[in-house]
Ligand binder design. Structure first.
Ligand code: WT7
Length: 567
């Protein structure tokens, strides 16, 4: 049957997900129950939920029944520690099974789970745990040192739970609330799952903005309606699929579609806790017979660099559907995908704040390489005028991407930051902060972000976070960070630095600044290029004009400089 978008728009609503889950307004709903226990009740107890491969290639398998016992164990343990419903519990782990299963355990206990990317340095962790007033962090020995460094500055943090603790390793500081937890040894058949409701907080994901500290997008348990329905209709997940999502759960793709969506549908998912290598990736897909794969443009460009030959050496005949998210997917990426796998990469557009896929290429829909596709059919999305918020109907005219609220996985707040939250709405629309145009067939074409946030390999980094951290470096008087176009990562961080008197530019200083940021923030935020300048361009009110630096860097028209303070 030919693809018919209009019919889908008529037939698809969030109610389909509610019906599938037997949910009626006012019922209790805990998303961990849906993702874990419900699968056991539906006869999937012996089915694999998680196939986990570590760096060395060792495999650990977990069935849905295992998940049930282990998430009960987690929730029981957290409760006994005194962690209460609504408390924020950070997860600061590499992609260990404890991350995926602990995530659900926290939710079963009624607490709010706050994922932190394990490559974060102590300052990035501090900012996020301080802002949320987290009471606990679940971590591993490898990252414990970073937590210890900031512990004094986090008075609310009472519990540091170490999942790979054994007595032979470093001693835990019990007096400071450090406690070991061996997940596999805590299997509990029954646990009273905390009764959460549609609007009970579930996941708190931080995202970067242009100014100020990272903002915590707060989600609720009923987000699962959107994650379930989009996993079904966009990722096309079916009961017998073997699904692989490349994203780390430190970022929203890795939770919404790397934990919640596939488990809501009772699908088997593969997790590989290892860095990028094209051959290892194809080996993974071949070995586990992956059928559906969710990846990102930066990864696709890295695979493209190694050519088609490594693909052709493998038997990837199981693979039937591929999606991409995080940055614009270049048309070349789509063409290469067709050549390499005989399949289309289906681009999907969404954000931490939206919680689930908003604009997308649905299975069966003709893919126009370079386009993000069309609004998910349960939603209304448009491009609107940035000033009035009026819908732009003119074909090809660029406006702001806007979504009509509400939808189940929409953030309900920025943690403790109502003013910024309210600024995301205009004329009844939620404004994403990205620009696009719509063609005559209703396809969206991305044209850029509307702020200075840097998108490096699909990860957002705030210029202000980098500039603030740089101020703590002994040689830096002031600085400005911009995203510089990069053939693989889309953008990389470039910083302009004015030095304090007595310091001079040198290769050693370059290195020292790069390492400083890598350690304090993360490898993603580390500048790939540093340019030393005498002073930075600023507005008369003292704001750094990053756009001017960027335009100069790109050799573009500099535009209006009437506010530039050039004395
Ligand atoms: C920003 C959101 C949602 C998962 C990953 C990122 C950019 C996302 C696309 C796409 C062009 C995209 C936007 C957006 N972005 N997907 N398909 N094409 N740009 O979540 O960290 O909240 O970042 O990523 O700029 O606003 P996030």
């Amino acid at each position: 049957m030919a693809f018919d978008y209009e019919t889908l728009r008529r037939d698809i609503s969030w109610d389909i997900a509610k019906k599938q889950l037997g949910y009626k307004d006012g019922d209790t709903i805990n998303l961990a129950y849906v993702c874990v226990d419900r699968n056991v009740e539906q006869g999937r107890g012996e089915k694999l939920a998680l196939v986990h491969e570590n760096h060395e290639g060792e495999i650990r398998n977990y069935t849905y029944h295992d998940l049930q016992l282990l998430t009960n164990g987690w929730a029981d343990f957290l409760g006994k520690q005194g962690i209460a419903p609504g408390d924020r519990v950070c997860i600061f782990l590499d992609r260990l099974p404890e991350l995926y299963i602990g995530f659900m355990g926290v939710l079963k206990s009624g607490a709010v789970v706050q994922p932190l990317f394990s490559a974060f340095g102590e300052e990035s962790v501090f900012q996020r745990a301080d802002d949320s007033r987290a009471v606990a962090v679940i971590t591993q020995h490898k990252h414990l040192g970073k937590i210890r460094k900031i512990r004094d500055r986090l008075p609310d943090l009472k519990h540091v739970i170490v999942v790979d603790h054994d007595d032979a390793k470093k001693r835990l500081r019990e007096a400071e609330g450090e406690v070991g937890f061996d997940m596999d040894a805590h299997r509990i058949p029954e646990f009273p799952i905390f009764k959460t409701y549609a609007e009970s907080p579930s996941v708190l994901h931080y995202t970067s903005g242009t100014t100020g500290k990272p903002k915590g997008a707060l989600h609720v348990h009923s987000s699962i309606f959107a994650q379930l329905l989009t996993s079904k209709l966009v990722l096309d997940l079916k009961d017998d699929d073997i699904y692989w999502c490349n994203a780390d759960p430190g970022w929203v793709t890795g939770t919404s579609y790397g934990i919640i969506g596939p488990w809501a549908l009772g699908v088997t998912q593969v997790v590989v806790d290892a860095g990028f290598s094209s051959d290892r990736w194809y080996e993974t897909m071949e070995k586990h017979k992956v059928t559906v794969w969710y990846t990102a443009p930066t990864a696709i460009r890295m695979l493209m660099k190694d050519g088609i030959e490594p693909v052709k050496r493998r038997d990837l005949s199981s693979l039937r559907h591929m999606c991409s998210v995080g940055e614009p997917l270049n048309p070349e990426g789509v063409h290469w995908g067709r050549e390499a796998f005989g399949l289309d990469y289906h681009d999907t557009f969404w954000q931490t704040e939206t919680g689930s896929i908003m604009i997308t290429n649905l299975p069966g829909m003709p893919v126009k390489p370079g386009s993000m596709g069309r609004p998910f059919p349960a939603l209304t999305a448009a491009v609107v005028d940035p000033i009035t918020g009026e819908r732009i109907t003119e074909v090809g005219r660029v406006g702001m991407i806007a979504i009509q609220p509400p939808w189940p996985s929409m953030m309900r707040a920025y943690w403790n930051n109502t003013a910024t939250y309210l600024k995301k709405f205009l004329n009844g629309w939620y404004i994403c902060g990205d620009r696009a145009s719509v063609d005559a067939d209703g396809y969206f074409w991305f044209s850029g972000r509307d702020d200075d946030v840097i998108n490096t390999g699909g990860h957002l980094v705030g210029p202000f976070e980098i500039e603030s951290a740089l101020l703590e470096h002994e040689a830096v008087a002031e600085s400005a960070a911009i995203g510089k176009p990069d053939p693989v990562n889309m953008e990389v961080v470039k910083v302009f630095v004015a030095l304090k008197p007595g310091f001079t530019a040198s290769d050693d200083l370059d290195l020292s600044i790069m390492n400083f940021i890598r350690k304090r923030l993360s490898p993603l935020a580390m500048p790939q290029e540093i340019e030393f300048v005498d002073k930075l361009p600023k507005t008369r009110s003292g704001k750094i004009m990053r756009r001017l630096l960027k335009a100069k860097e790109l050799g573009q028209e500099i535009g209006d400089t009437s506010t530039l303070d050039d004395d």
